[in-house]
Design a protein around this ligand. Structure first.
Ligand code: FES
Length: 180
């Protein structure tokens, strides 16, 4: 069998005639239209998603009064942890939308609420009732019972939330996490 005879089964060696210029031009045009439509669809789908994720970051943090419990449930002189929804909970935040404070009933009608976030780098501080100190486990920050710094790297006292009693409910005024 001679080599120069084309095998009809061998499609790899079939040589097509060059496409006429108008066909090449049409293919190029269709390719550009496809890329353009793809980009438009990508923008149409992607832009709202990016906006949904990014927009809350630029929203002004609202200040809200949040109830943390009935005043009668707190004992004078005791400091307890209370939780409440943070200043600006995001729709997808789930349990992370909760924040906490250390609430102390100072007298019958006076409460103070300390931020749980250390003034150094924001780690949660713990109240040690026997020592009457707040301790930060991260770098050894220590605060006195009134929130002022006793030792360690915190640059200033624990932040406090405004507190009020309304209709028998203790309410904490939410703010962005008050750390430096
Ligand atoms: S974060 Fe509390 S001492 Fe560093």
């Amino acid at each position: 069998m001679s080599d120069d005879k084309a095998d009809p089964e061998d499609f790899n060696h079939v040589e097509l005639p060059p496409a006429p210029p108008e066909v090449v031009e049409r293919r190029r045009f269709l390719a550009r239209v496809s890329v353009g439509l793809g980009a438009c669809m990508g923008l149409g789908v992607g832009a709202p998603m990016v906006g949904f994720v990014v927009a809350p970051l630029f929203r002004k943090v609202p200040h809200e009064w949040r109830s943390v419990g009935r005043a009668g449930d707190f004992v004078v002189g005791h400091t307890v942890s209370v939780t409440f929804a943070d200043a600006s909970p995001l729709p997808w935040a789930g349990v992370t939308a909760k924040t906490a404070a250390w609430l102390r009933r100072v007298s019958e009608d006076t409460f103070v609420a300390f931020s749980v976030n250390c003034a150094h780098l924001g780690c949660p501080v713990r109240w040690l009732p026997d020592a009457r100190l707040f301790m930060c486990p991260c770098h050894g920050g220590v605060y006195y019972a009134d929130g002022t710094v006793a030792a360690g790297p915190p640059p200033h006292a624990l932040s406090q939330y405004p507190v009020r009693v309304r209709d028998g409910e203790v309410e904490v005024h939410t703010e962005a996490i008050p750390i430096d």
